[in-house]
Design a protein around this ligand. Structure first.
Ligand code: CP3
Length: 344
């Protein structure tokens, strides 16, 4: 078992810097496209055998030091009773967005074992196959709320922010329910065998820091506190566009903070407090010529030495246009440069 990832999460010494990529399974991989061509995305998410296969693909091909469960952050929102559709080329759509007291009250708190058994089954299948740790995940409440309140992706979050400011009690009811759902979902993933858990807060950076503190942070704190009561596996919090929020997130009871690419790694490390750090190569840097990509990775590994623990990752997900050969170059560079620098 390769435990470098788990050790780095806890700030322990490792033989090399562990690396995994957000969205490491997905459309940039021909093997994924082959599986995906047979069924739609949500049906794929509900098929444990195929989810297992696509989770393993990037680990087998590139030798990542961790696997991330193949699923989507919106799966539990469907289990809360909201019809969910993924439209080709458009992303997720909730045809019945939650904008009224009645719709909020109708949201149910799912029982993960009954309502999302396929996720837990995928975790159990993966643990039999994997020789690297398995990361489970969920969306953070604010990010999930933007999808269910807007009805899909959004540019300026008008529906969410206007609800936050004009109907705070309704906003809080929705967030409380999403928070309860997320806690029990992540606890169920840990019980099924997930060895670390990541909360994705993809839209946190759209909030002014004062609003983040009131309308997003407390729900993250509540989930982390709940998880600490039930499991001792590493907890990772990733706020995309989160550099402006580090003053708040550096106080979170997570083991690892994920960092996006808009801040120099060294600056982020100075601000993260007692956390290990995960990140933060620009996903588009995978389009650099090989020597420049490698130089950038070498510089990040140098900066990463100052962290309590360092996990190499992108600053957000791999984009579908990425050349798999460039991913290979990046993973190999992390492994080669970091084991060499440990000897010197
Ligand atoms: O490899 C992995 O990272 C594991 C699988 C994973 C997916 N989505 C698969 C996926 C994970 C961890 C996610 C998280 C997720 N989903 C987030 C948080 C991370 C982030 O990107 O900010 C968000 C915001 C979503 C919601 C979501 N899912 C959107 C907006 C989209 C459409 C955009 C797109 O990339 O197509 C999805 C679809 C999705 N999720 C795909 C995959 C592989 C593409 C689906 C396809 O095959 O057509």
């Amino acid at each position: 078992m390769n435990t470098t990832f788990l050790k780095a999460c806890k700030g322990e010494q490792t033989s090399h810097v562990p690396v995994w990529f957000m969205r490491q399974a997905g459309r940039y991989l021909p093997d994924y496209q082959r599986v995906r061509s047979k069924l739609n995305f949500l049906d794929l998410c509900k098929n444990p055998a195929l989810c297992t296969e696509v989770t393993l693909q990037p680990v087998d091909i590139f030798h990542f030091d961790a696997a991330i469960l193949f699923s989507d952050i919106l799966v539990p929102m469907e289990a809360m009773g909201l019809p969910l559709e993924f439209h080709e080329g458009q992303g997720p759509v909730f045809p019945e967005p939650v904008r009224s007291q009645q719709a909020a009250e109708a949201l149910r708190i799912p029982n993960p074992a009954e309502d999302m058994p396929f996720v837990l089954e995928t975790i159990r299948l993966l643990r039999r196959e994997l020789k690297v740790p398995l990361i489970g995940f969920a969306g953070a409440p604010f990010t999930l709320a933007t999808y269910v309140i807007e009805g899909g992706s959004s540019r300026n979050f008008y529906a969410t922010k206007s609800m936050m400011f004009q109907r705070p009690e309704l906003y809080r009811l929705i967030l409380d329910k999403i928070t309860a759902c997320t806690s029990s979902y992540l606890i169920a993933q840990a019980k099924a065998g997930a060895q670390a858990l990541q909360l994705f807060d993809s839209w946190a950076g759209a909030l002014a820091p004062c609003d983040y503190e009131r309308f997003a942070l407390p729900y993250v704190q509540s989930i982390l506190a709940d998880l600490r009561k039930h499991t001792d596996i590493p907890l990772i919090y990733f706020a995309n566009h989160g550099a402006t929020l580090l003053r708040h997130t550096s106080g979170l009871d997570a083991d690892v903070l994920g960092i996006d690419w808009r801040i120099p790694l060294a600056d982020a490390i100075r601000q993260v407090g007692p956390h290990a750090v995960q990140g933060n190569l620009d996903p588009l840097a995978l389009f650099l010529p090989k020597t420049e990509l490698e130089a950038r990775i070498a510089a990040m590994l140098e900066d990463g030495k100052a962290a309590r623990g360092y996990i190499f990752n992108l600053g957000h997900g791999v984009i579908p246009e990425t050349d798999p050969d460039q991913v290979k170059i990046a993973v190999e560079a992390v492994h080669r440069f970091s084991s060499r620098s440990k000897q010197s």
